[in-house]
Every structure is written in C-alpha cells, then in structure tokens.
Design a protein around this ligand. Structure first.
Ligand SMILES: [Ca+2]
Ligand SMILES: [Ca+2]
Length: 164
C-alpha cells in the first residue's frame, strides 16, 4: 500500500505543472477562437486585411507580420500566434512600466526636502512623465535626474511646476 501511495504522489506532482500549462493554452486558444469568429465577418474561416482592421493590435503592419505564409489572409493559427506574442510583450511592458514608477517614487521618498506627495509619476513604454508641484527649480532638476538614472527609463518628460 505504501509503495502505491508514494508512486501516486510522484505522478501527481509531475503531472501538475504540465496540466497547468495545458489549461492555460486551452483557455488562450478558446479566447482567440472566439475573437477570430467575431472578426471573420464573411465566415470563410480566414481573416482578410479588411476584417483585421477592427482589432487594434494589428495596427501598423501587424497583418503582414502575422501572415507568416504570405498568402494575404490569416488562418486561425496565424492569428492566435501573433496575438499571443503581442499580448505577452504588452504585459511585459506594462509590468516594467509600473516597476519603474514604483522605483522612482521610492527614490523620491528617501530624498531630503522632497515633497514626493506633490509629484505624480507616470510611466508608459519606458517614458516617464512627471507632474505636480515642487518648491524650487533645483528640486525640479533633481526629480528629473533621479528619474533618468532609474533603470529601464528611456526618457523623462518633466512637467513639474515650481511653486514656492
Ligand atoms: Ca473572412
Ligand atoms: Ca496566411
């Protein structure tokens, strides 16, 4: 009995991660299949460049990139694989943007004479926008320096207003 239990446990542990991946894949594909059908207005099982226009993710040359076999239309596979790639990239960017914001805010918190609560930090695609009020010009400059020195920051838009 004991051997059987141990074996069952081992199999259970090994099967668990594989099962989780399969579930995610299934969920993802079901989602794309539904979207695919919605976009496929003429119901011919493929998406034309016109049909894809309703999906903003394919803006700016997305159709050409997704059409891997260059036959001028997207199969369900082409649609799903491009879509999941772009969405993964977007999720990654969003996570890194919010990490940048958090990092800058925590740097402001430890800065002396820095009223961080008056400064708002927003990050989009690695570009940081600072807004709000600071007491003097040197604080405004310092705020920008701190933001620029933060890893992952591509540019800083310093919209801080000096208001003594
Ligand atoms: Ca179609
Ligand atoms: Ca194609």
């Amino acid at each position: 009995m004991r051997t059987t239990w141990t074996l069952a446990l081992v199999i259970g542990l090994q099967a668990a991660p594989a099962l989780a991946v399969t579930m995610d894949e299934m969920r993802g594909q079901t989602g794309y299949e539904h979207e695919f059908k919605l976009l496929d207005t003429d119901g011919n099982g493929k998406l034309s460049a016109t049909e894809i226009k309703k999906d903003g993710l394919f803006d700016g040359g997305g159709f050409g990139k997704a059409d891997k076999n260059h036959n001028g239309s997207l199969s369900q596979d082409e649609f799903a694989s491009y879509k999941s790639k772009v969405q993964q990239a977007e999720t990654k960017q969003a996570a890194s943007d919010s990490a940048i914001t958090t990092k800058i805010k925590s740097k402001y918190l430890v800065e002396k004479n820095f009223k961080s609560y008056k400064v708002s930090v927003e990050t989009k695609d690695g570009i940081v926008a600072l807004s709000g009020f600071v007491d003097d010009a040197s604080t405004k400059t310092r705020a920008e320096q701190i933001a620029r020195a933060t890893k992952g920051v591509k540019d800083v838009k310093n919209g801080l207003v000096v208001k003594p």
